[in-house]
Ligand binder design. Structure first.
Ligand code: S3P
Length: 179
């Protein structure tokens, strides 16, 4: 429960490679909250990877599943730390479920930094499957940048380590929850 007694899920958004899962896991541990990685949860439920879900069921089915999971999480009585996939912000049905109950934090990094951080994990992202993942991220950011900026908090994490990012967020949580 938050200081106000309301449920205030913390929702980390940003490009693939921004560090949502790593930061989310550590932030949740610091705050004594449960962490939910939406992609991992969908993979667990469907028994297949996100790449397989995209290939076998199509992106619209993935987005529908993402929105359904967001709706479920919004109903959770316990305040969570949630890391949806990078495209969640462009899925209005999903955002609408968590927006009233959650506080959205944008972990902002540039496409080259995101690609560097992903390393070989970039291959797990179906939307970055081409020859030039940086160019793909630039393209995604051109569509999503304004949506990411609607977050309650924008944290420039380009030059921050994971520890520094978690420290900064921990220090800002009180303000964010009262906002
Ligand atoms: C996506 C990002 C991925 C995953 C899916 C689609 C996107 O999550 O949800 O591949 O649209 O940017 P990460 O941001 O965790 O890589």
């Amino acid at each position: 429960m938050s200081v106000l007694g309301d449920v205030r899920h913390l929702v980390l958004v940003g490009l693939p490679g921004a560090g949502k899962s790593t930061v989310g896991q550590q932030l949740a541990a610091r705050l004594g909250r449960t962490f939910v990685d939406c992609d991992a949860e969908l993979e667990r439920r469907r028994g297949m990877t996100v790449a397989e879900l995209f290939a076998l069921c199509g992106e619209p089915a993935f987005r529908a599943a993402e929105a359904e999971l967001s709706g479920e999480l919004a109903q959770t009585a316990e305040a969570l730390v949630i890391a949806p996939g990078g495209g969640w912000v462009a899925n209005p049905a999903a955002v609408a479920t968590l927006r009233p109950a959650g506080r959205i934090i944008y972990l902002r990094v540039s496409p080259p930094t995101a690609v560097q951080r992903m390393g070989s994990e970039v291959e797990r992202r179906p939307l970055l499957a081409g020859d030039d993942p940086t160019a793909s991220l630039v393209q995604l950011l051109s569509h999503r940048g304004a949506l990411y900026m609607l977050a309650d908090l924008v944290l420039d994490s380009e030059a921050l380590t994971v520890d520094e990012t978690v420290d900064t967020l921990e220090g800002l949580i009180g303000d964010l929850e009262r906002a």
